[in-house]
Structures are given as structure tokens and as C-alpha cells.
Ligand binder design. Structure first.
Ligand SMILES: Cc1cc2nc3c(=O)[nH]c(=O)nc-3n(C[C@H](O)[C@H](O)[C@H](O)COP(=O)(O)OP(=O)(O)OC[C@H]3O[C@@H](n4cnc5c(N)ncnc54)[C@H](O)[C@@H]3O)c2cc1C
Length: 260
């Protein structure tokens, strides 16, 4: 089917897509609050103050650019984003360095993809721990964002509603799915790719492999303290589930990877 992408208001576009794609979605048809197009990208970039990027790891109040959907779809290049930041804020300073460093990560993943092609969809290296028997499907409670763990469910709901997720929340969710639920990273990769507006094979597949340890020197995992610190405890305060993350890193390593 060819969609009619004639320019129309967002509400008219929502109504058109809801009808045209009837049967392809569940629940109420909503659209992401993230707007497409060059003007929206320029607005987004002009609202970004790189001097506040030091707070970037904070999920609920960290200042990040949210430029990834525009970069992904070629609305703005990495170089344009970098040069605009240089022009407004200069080239010197820790936050500027960190921001350019992240843009460079994006470029690095692209270069890896240029070299490996579709091999990025298979384990690139061995796991750095004895791998379990991986589940090859997404558990239903995870798919429905009903694990009972507020941190995971809220992250997924945000992903579904907006098509965007903060980097730290992506890392937590990936570590939960892979290391706690023993689901192969490629299942999570497909889930993210289906919902992220910035869904992009190299950064997506390779970040999942980075968490899994098939493209890094060790698996990424986290504990409750880490979530509390970078959300000001917002999610943990609402959570009544037995927390699988409420342990020391040593205890978690022993439980998850058998090397305590
Ligand atoms: C499991 C997982 C899956 C991911 N999937 C994708 C994906 O499909 N597409 C995607 O663009 N990024 C992906 N990332 C990387 C990162 O999460 C996003 O690029 C970032 O969150 C985008 O938000 P932002 O534009 O506000 O980032 P900012 O922090 O403002 O960074 C600016 C730009 O730098 C680049 N960048 C930032 N962090 C990273 C990173 N860790 N790796 C590579 N590039 C980075 C992006 O182009 C980003 O737009 C993934 C990370 C993880 C852990």
C-alpha cells in the first residue's frame, strides 16, 4: 500500500493514518509528540544548551539534545549538529567535548556497519560470561509493559507513546531483558527498532551487543542505587515489586554471571 504523504495538519495526518492503517495497531491511534521536518529539527537544536549536557545521564531531568530522530532520517547531519553547537558555544569545555564524543560514537557505529554489514545482527564476539539458554521471544508481560517493575514499565510506555527513550533508560531496559530475563539481545533489538523514531541498525544492534558483551569487554548491568540516583528515586518510590536490582554489584555479578 502506498501512503498519501501530502502535507496536511498533524491532526488530519493522525486521522488519515488511523484509517489507512486500521488493523495494523492496537488501542487508540496516537502519534508521537516529536514533530518531523527540518524546521522542527532546527527548533529542537536551538533549544539545546550544550553547557547543561553535564547532566545528560539523568533520565528525568538530564539535558540531552533529542536530535537523534532527525539525525536518523537525514534531516540534519552529525556535522551540521556539531557545527551549530560550535558556532553557538565555542569548541572548548567538558560538555562540548562530551557531546562531540557522543556524535563520534554514532559515526563509529556507522563505520562498523560499513565494514561488517548484516553481521551486526549476529553475536560479533563470544559472551564474556557463560551464556544461558537464551529465550528467543519477547515475554508477554514485557511486551505489554506489565512486568510490575515501574522502572521498566514506565520506560517501555514512554517508548511506545513517543518513539524516544533516554540513553540511560535504554541501557537499563536492555540489561534487564538480556541479563535478568535471559532474552537474546536480538529480540530487544527488534523491539527497539520497531518503536524508536531514531531506530537505526548500527547504533541499535551494536548498543544491544555492547550491553550483552558480544561487542564489549564485559556485560553492562546496573543496580537499584543507579536507577534511584538518575531518576531522583521517582520510579522506585512508586514501585511495590520485589526489586531484582536491589543488590550490590558483586552480588548481582554472582547471580547474573556466576563470577561473584
Ligand atoms: C540498547 C540501546 C539501543 C540504542 N538504539 C539506538 C538507535 O536505534 N538509534 C540511535 O540513534 N541511537 C541509539 N542508541 C544510542 C543512544 O541511546 C541514542 O543515540 C540517544 O539516546 C539519542 O538521544 P539524544 O539525541 O537526546 O542524545 P544526545 O545525548 O543528545 O546525543 C547527541 C547525538 O549523539 C549520538 N549519540 C548519543 N549517545 C550515543 C550512543 N550511546 N551511541 C551512539 N550514538 C550516540 C546520537 O546521534 C545523538 O542524537 C541506543 C542505545 C542503547 C543503549
Amino acid at each position: 500500500m502506498k501512503l498519501d504523504v501530502t502535507r496536511r495538519s498533524r491532526e488530519a495526518m493522525r486521522a488519515y493514518l488511523a484509517e489507512a492503517l486500521d488493523g495494523c495497531y492496537e488501542g487508540e491511534p496516537t502519534i508521537s509528540p516529536i514533530e518531523g521536518g527540518r524546521a522542527a529539527a532546527e527548533r529542537q537544536l536551538s533549544n539545546f544548551d550544550v553547557r547543561r549536557y553535564a547532566s545528560r545521564n539523568h533520565v528525568t531531568r538530564g539535558h540531552v539534545s533529542r536530535m537523534s530522530p532527525y539525525i536518523r532520517h537525514g534531516v540534519m547531519t552529525l556535522r551540521e549538529v556539531r557545527d551549530a553547537v560550535f558556532a553557538r558555544f565555542g569548541r572548548v569545555g567538558e560538555s562540548i567535548y562530551k557531546f562531540v564524543f557522543e556524535l563520534a560514537w554514532h559515526q563509529f557505529w556507522q563505520e562498523v556497519y560499513a565494514g561488517l554489514g548484516d553481521e551486526i545482527y549476529a553475536d560479533i564476539e563470544d559472551y564474556k560470561f557463560p551464556p544461558p539458554v537464551w529465550q528467543e521471544t519477547l515475554p508477554d508481560d514485557v511486551a505489554r509493559a506489565e512486568t510490575g517493575l515501574v522502572c521498566m514499565d514506565e520506560a517501555l510506555r514512554e517508548l511506545y507513546a513517543t518513539g524516544y527513550l533516554h540513553n540511560h533508560a535504554r541501557m537499563w531496559f536492555a540489561a534487564y531483558l538480556i541479563h535478568h530475563r535471559r532474552v537474546h539481545w536480538s529480540v530487544g533489538e527488534r523491539l527497539f527498532f520497531a518503536h524508536l523514531l531514531d531506530g537505526n541498525p548500527p547504533p541499535n544492534a551494536l548498543s544491544w551487543q555492547w550491553v550483552a558483551s558480544t561487542f564489549s569487554s564485559k556485560p553492562y548491568y546496573f543496580n537499584r542505587q543507579n536507577i534511584e540516583k538518575y531518576t531522583d528515586g521517582t520510579w522506585c518510590r512508586q514501585c511495590t515489586a520485589a526489586c531484582p536490582f536491589d543488590q550490590t554489584y558483586d552480588a548481582l555479578a554472582g547471580q547474573l554471571f556466576g563470577n561473584a
